[in-house]
Ligand binder design. Structure first.
Ligand SMILES: NC(=O)c1ccc[n+]([C@@H]2O[C@H](COP(=O)([O-])OP(=O)(O)OC[C@H]3O[C@@H](n4cnc5c(N)ncnc54)[C@H](OP(=O)(O)O)[C@@H]3O)[C@@H](O)[C@H]2O)c1
Length: 247
């Protein structure tokens, strides 16, 4: 098993769902974790291992403060995961509320920009290696009716990540936009509540639940750690997808 003891990871959107599961799995592997969400995460562990912070990814100053607090607590950040995200508005674009669409882009795109910027500056300042993982989705790479905001936002995350990779070539920074697979979180519960009029492919997600075909957060966490720290993963393309746990 890859030795990741003492590495330092930041995870945004870690109050529940994938982010909380990643944080718990990382801590169990000896990784020090700084976690944030609007609702302060409640990760167990002593101050030498865990930093729970309340921070909204849409707030540039809050993200800068959160990064500074992580560096002050742990000395450095090796891995930054921009995981915070939302799905709404769901439904045909013609019916979407412009304010809700704008809020979506603010969280899923501007939030990734804020996290990426503070981490890139940190890596450049301290020198050495750093890995930035921006959580993407299959919806970045395939269109879904009813998810125009989500598809547009995740496609933007993909392209932003590719631009960062070009800009930071020759520094120690490596970046990937990672489609994590399908994990049974609140976001999946929200998808299953949609009517076929809002989201025509809802049955596929109901079937996934019926067959319990999800990836566990522990499975996703192990692959993220390998992507970040296994030297064999260094040549992984910027846009990447994790395998599903159950094939
Ligand atoms: N679940 C899946 O199958 C799946 C598949 C592909 C990609 N993803 C991606 O994986 C990521 C996590 O999804 P999930 O399924 O775990 O969703 P989730 O269960 O809805 O959790 C979302 C997390 O993001 C946080 N968050 C939302 N807005 C925020 C903001 N403005 N600032 C800081 N944190 C914020 C939430 O905490 P607060 O509400 O406390 O802020 C929560 O911790 C998302 O980027 C999603 O698009 C998920």
């Amino acid at each position: 098993m890859l030795n990741v003891t003492g590495k330092v990871a930041v995870i945004t959107g870690a109050s529940r769902g994938l982010g909380a599961g990643l944080a718990e799995a990382f801590l169990a592997r000896g990784v020090k974790v700084a976690a944030c969400a609007r609702q302060r995460p409640a990760l167990a562990g002593d101050a030498a291992e865990v930093l729970n912070a309340s921070a909204d990814v849409t707030d540039a100053r809050a993200m800068a403060r959160f990064c500074a607090a992580a560096v002050e607590r742990f000395g450095r950040v090796d891995l930054w995961i921009n995981n915070a995200g939302l799905l709404a508005p769901i439904g045909p674009l013609r019916d979407n509320d412009p304010a809700e669409f704008a809020r979506h882009i603010e969280v899923n795109v501007l939030g990734v920009f804020h996290g990426s910027q503070v981490f890139i500056r940190h890596v450049r300042e301290r020198g050495g290696a750093g890995v930035l993982l921006n959580i993407s989705s299959g919806a970045a790479r395939n269109a879904y009716a009813g998810w125009s905001a989500y598809c547009a936002g995740k496609a933007a995350v993909d392209r932003m990540s590719e631009s960062i990779a070009l800009e930071e070539t020759g520094t120690g920074l490596r970046v990937h936009a990672v489609a994590p697979g399908i994990i049974d979180t609140d976001m999946q519960a929200l998808i299953r509540q949609c009517s076929p009029e809002q989201f025509p492919r809802v049955q596929k997600f109901l079937d996934l639940k019926a067959s319990d075909a999800f990836s566990s957060t522990a499975f996703v966490a192990e692959r993220m750690l390998a992507l970040a720290f296994d030297p064999a993963a260094a040549d992984t393309p910027v846009l990447t997808s994790l395998p599903l746990e159950h094939g």
